[in-house]
Design a binder for this molecule. Structure first.
Ligand SMILES: Cc1cc2nc3c(=O)[nH]c(=O)nc-3n(C[C@H](O)[C@H](O)[C@H](O)COP(=O)(O)OP(=O)(O)OC[C@H]3O[C@@H](n4cnc5c(N)ncnc54)[C@H](O)[C@@H]3O)c2cc1C
Length: 332
């Protein structure tokens, strides 16, 4: 086995720009690189991704391998896993970090298989064991009720990292890094998938994952009309509307705003959970929020166990009073 060196992140690109998740991975990789005294490498794949490669340097990469070819315009598992396999044969990284995104979740296991290694999915923490120098990969288990730490002796050590769990560095356009063009020499015929159509999800207002404030309603809201009021509160605070699973399952709100284990992972500055109990499955998607506010009529509700501020009461009374106060303060 060749000597392995370097912490490589797979940088996803959206509309020619490096994704926010990639910048978070670079932030995590920089910390690890400092401890291992190794360099941070970014693999940037797509078509027309030159600008994204420069961004990767600004966000902390020492070296960026750019795989730029129209055949990588759309994500395909065969294409991306194939290209990264070839890059691995050249670079032999010690560690590969991939985002726990729709693409990352599809790519990471197949890439790990091709590289003859293992991957730990959905990590919320990555660190170096000071004694063994192995990558410690922390992930929620048992529906988010416990955290487990995994290490692997296989190389490269691989993990997917949950969105918004790592801090990106501030972009520094004056940072120096090497940008290298890499041709994996893939035969287009080896790509068996074909993207037939792309349908963009319509988002009104701020995207849930990007929102600084999230107003999230649960089953206790009682119906679609109740969510109109929450939507108004979210708008007032410049935030986005979210929901626990029951309102989505009941068709009161679209499933695209479900937060939790089987929904979106969020970590806003302010999360306001209204009339939801705070199940472990829901917490799996929001416990990283910086300030958690709970409104629930049951003082024993689980959500109060993790909230920083709590109001015990009927949301139908609490929310209108809260909105009046917010309007008053915002008008000042
Ligand atoms: C495999 C699996 C995956 C899952 N994934 C997810 C997921 O991704 N996200 C998710 O959210 N759930 C998920 N669930 C479901 C989860 O287990 C819970 O059932 C769900 O989170 C409960 O939603 P809730 O808190 O809105 O409802 P409930 O637990 O029914 O809580 C409703 C709350 O509203 C309060 N309430 C009622 N009326 C009022 C009022 N007028 N004013 C104030 N408070 C009021 C009640 O006191 C209660 O605490 C998953 C379950 C499984 C098994």
């Amino acid at each position: 086995m060749a000597d392995t060196k370097g912490i490589m992140i797979v940088g996803e690109v959206a509309d020619g720009k490096l994704s926010a998740t990639a910048t978070e991975l670079l932030g995590a990789a920089r910390k690890i690189a400092g401890e291992l005294k190794q360099e941070v490498i970014a693999a940037v794949i797509g078509s027309g991704v030159g600008e994204a490669a420069k961004e990767a340097v600004a966000f902390g990469a020492d070296k960026v391998y750019v795989i730029d070819n129209p055949m990588f315009k759309d994500y395909t598992n065969d294409g991306f896993a194939g290209a990264l396999q070839k890059l691995n044969e050249k670079v032999h990284p010690e560690i590969i970090l991939i985002g726990q995104t729709a693409i990352g979740m599809d790519l990471a296991p197949r890439l790990a298989f091709r590289l003859g290694t293992s991957v730990t999915l959905d990590c919320v923490g990555v660190a170096i064991d000071p004694d063994t120098k192995l990558l410690q990969k922390t992930k929620p288990v048992y529906g988010g009720n416990a955290l487990a730490v995994y290490v692997s002796e296989a190389r490269p050590q691989m993990a997917t990292v949950r969105v918004k769990t790592m801090e990106p560095l501030a972009a520094d356009a004056s940072r120096k890094g090497e940008i290298v063009s890499f041709d994996p020499g893939l035969d287009p015929a080896s790509i068996r998938e074909k993207v037939v159509q792309k349908v963009k999800e319509e988002v009104v207002g701020i995207k849930l994952e990007d929102a600084g404030v999230i107003v999230c309603g649960g089953r206790g809201i009682g119906g679609a009309e109740g969510f109109d009021q929450l939507k108004e509160l979210a708008k007032l605070l410049g935030g986005a509307l979210g929901a626990s699973r029951p309102p989505c399952d009941s068709g009161w709100v679209p499933t695209s705003i479900q937060i939790g284990l089987t929904g979106k992972m969020v970590a806003p500055k302010v999360y306001i959970g209204i009339a939801l109990s705070g199940s472990s499955q829901h917490q799996a998607g929001m416990s990283g929020s910086k300030n958690i506010i709970a409104i629930n009529k049951d003082p024993e509700a689980n959500i109060f166990g993790i909230s920083h501020f709590g109001v015990v009461g009927d949301y139908k009374k609490v929310v209108p009073a809260f909105m009046t106060k917010c309007k008053e303060l915002l008008a000042k």
